[in-house]
Design a binder for this molecule. Structure first.
Ligand SMILES: [Zn+2]
Length: 198
């Protein structure tokens, strides 16, 4: 029952011997984040997750909820790249980025002068970041990297197609500052490992 750790030896007490029940504030080093954290007992583990971690957890919950509502029911180990694509297309209905159809007169205009009936979609950058977070979350939840559906080839190809089409449709360039020689892109249809589905 004597699990109480001995008190740390007092630091260089310059002429002043602190009593055994000294005020702990006097010996606590200055921490900038101690304003609103009432439990300073464990100072080695960060207690505030980053915005990235929060977003990753929200994304993961969204995906798990999507799986629960899926018809037919879908469990995580059954999940393939094709299901990830389904999920991404499902998210498009919540998108806020106008992506013009090729038949729209505003196709390719970054700032269209009038409204048009083209759909709102998820921007490529959002999808790309989302897939990155979900890919990490999948492995953090015990998924094997070699079976990670978010790293599937079909998902990579889909993202590339979305990027290229949105770049054309909106007249914006997604090219990074790194200059690369234009190489011929051969787009192959994604392998249908779950059969054609609409
Ligand atoms: Zn349009």
């Amino acid at each position: 029952m004597d699990l109480v750790s001995p008190p740390p030896p007092p630091p260089h007490s310059a002429g002043y011997s602190s009593p055994p029940h000294a005020n702990p504030i006097a010996t606590t080093p200055n921490t900038p984040n101690s304003a609103s954290s009432p439990s300073p007992s464990n100072s080695t583990t960060p207690t505030t997750p980053s915005r990235y971690e929060n977003q990753k957890r929200r994304d993961w919950n969204t995906f798990c909820q999507y799986l629960r509502n899926h018809r037919p029911p879908l469990s995580l180990p059954m999940c393939s790249g094709a299901h990830v694509l389904e999920f991404l297309r499902y998210l498009d209905q919540f998108g806020k980025t106008k992506v013009h159809n090729q038949t729209c007169p505003f196709f390719g205009l970054p700032n269209p002068p009038a409204p048009c009936p083209c759909p709102l979609r998820q921007a490529w950058g959002s999808l790309d970041a989302l897939i990155g977070r979900l890919r990490a979350a999948y492995e953090e939840h015990g998924g094997r990297p070699e079976a990670n559906p978010f790293g599937a080839r079909a998902v990579r190809i889909y993202l590339r197609e979305v990027r290229d089409f949105q770049a054309k449709a909106r007249g914006v360039s997604y090219e990074k500052k790194r200059k690369r020689p234009k190489q011929k892109v051969t787009v192959t249809p994604p392998p249908s490992d779950s059969g054609p589905n609409g």
